[in-house]
Design a protein around this ligand. Structure first.
Ligand code: DX5
Ligand code: ZN
Length: 223
């Protein structure tokens, strides 16, 4: 895997470890989340519609039932997210992240998320260039760079997306930049060097024999 040319190890935004809850036992959701709380900065909530991505997960009604003090970053992998963001805001989302490829008017959608009192995030798929979101980068609180094709956990990290993180970090030293897909103790440091500060991890934490040890390890390698 190639290393980025510039190191952004000294970036200001706080490091955050965000377990992706796609792999939790939804039948016992709150109990399972309670076990993850001590080592989680955010919970990353994957919302899939079977349309924007070839898989379905949970919607706002389930998010509404989550009882936790950990901020929920809802990653909406759905078409026309603007039609649903109010539901997620009411369900208690801390941040709502929408895909640039999925919305009719990205700027309006971001404004609507802010009006509803949530942090606004924008995400791009591995093949989508930064130019697609450059006009909204000064408006958002969070950028989520997909390092796998969205839709499923357990896929292989795509190092070719690292240069997108570098481009954004050079211009926005304070922005939360999140990396999502295939994050492990091997791939997270590469994203960290490129400038990411929020590390979403599904399988690496949830499928580990000891999720706390896995999360601690992740935190250690990106410090
Ligand atoms: C993929 C989701 C990810 C996924 C990450 O579409 O957006 O958040 O849960 O899972 P891992 O870490 O297993 O790649
Ligand atoms: Zn996600």
């Amino acid at each position: 895997m190639s290393k980025p040319a510039v190191s952004f190890r000294t970036i200001k935004p706080k490091i955050k470890i965000a377990p992706s809850i796609l792999g939790v036992d939804y039948g016992d959701l709150n109990h399972h989340l309670q076990q993850l709380e001590p080592f989680s900065d955010w919970f990353h909530v994957d919302v899939m519609d079977g349309n924007f991505v070839p898989n379905m997960s949970i919607g706002a009604m389930v998010v509404d039932k989550i009882k936790t003090t950990i901020p929920l970053d809802c990653h909406l992998m759905i078409n026309y997210p603007e039609d649903y963001i109010e539901d997620f805001a009411k369900a208690g989302a801390y941040a709502i992240t929408v895909h640039a490829e999925a919305t009719k008017d990205l700027k309006l959608t971001i404004e609507k998320i802010h009006e509803l009192g949530c942090k606004a995030g924008v995400s791009i798929n591995p093949k989508t260039p930064v130019t697609k979101i450059e006009k909204v980068l000064s408006l958002v609180d969070l950028v989520l760079i997909m390092s796998v094709e969205p839709g499923f956990g357990g896929q292989k990290f795509m190092p070719e997306v690292l240069s997108k993180i570098e481009i954004i970090r050079k211009k926005y030293p304070e922005l939360d930049i999140s990396i999502d897909g295939g994050i492990t103790h091997i791939t997270a440091p590469l994203a960290r060097e490129a400038g990411a500060n929020v590390f979403v991890a599904g399988s690496y934490i949830l499928k580990a024999d000891n999720p706390k040890e896995a999360a601690d390890k992740l935190r250690e390698v990106v410090q």
